[in-house]
Ligand binder design. Sequence first.
Ligand code: ADP
Ligand code: NI
Length: 213
Amino acid sequence: MNHKEIIQSIQKEMKEFFTQEHTGHDWYHIERVWKNARKIAANYPEANQLHIELAALLHDRYDHKIVDNVEKAKLEVRDLLGQHGLSKELIEKILYSIDAVGFRNGKNPLQPISIEDKIVQDADRLDAIGAIAIARTFVYSGAHQRPIYTGESQEILEKAEQLEDTAIGHFYEKLLTLSDTLHTPEAREIAKDRHKFMREYLNQFFAEWEGLK
Ligand code: ADP
Ligand code: NI
């Protein structure tokens, strides 16, 4: 199989796998991350493009939020990549990118090291910043029966310590912190407007909450 055939085959597999998932980690999230990754990667011809595209397409395939048995699902991904004729070395590199991509409340022990790891992580994080990220956050919160907001002061929210589990709280726990963690200048540039938009959204939200607008 050549590069294009491998990508097409894995893309098809992932589209089928994620048909039942609607909590913000659905196929369309995967597709956006894949597209973001390709866009950033276009500026890094020295990077392994196949590695980047496959890690982006597979990055949520064995996430604990999606599957019950992470180890089993990871083995399935190893097998899948093996069936597509990839070398053991490349497979392990792709799996490392996937293991390092997650935010995990800022507590992921693995850090992106290679340029491929960094591009995939940036691409995933971009989808957690901006207008679509706002929609994902409310869908996720709703799916977990959490409130929109319970009136915590903005001071407490900005400190982001031991916040209540609300959709608005998640902006402060995570979404607003992501821009500073991006690795590539290309992703940082895209994040700028998205970050600003989330701030504007929150300003409007609190103004309405307080009956000012
Ligand atoms: P990662 O895979 O990078 O560790 P997650 O999968 O936890 O990140 O989060 C992906 C997206 O899902 C977040 O950006 C957010 O939109 C939504 N999400 C995750 N956790 C929460 C939460 N506790 N409340 C609201 N939304 C959440
Ligand atoms: Ni993701």
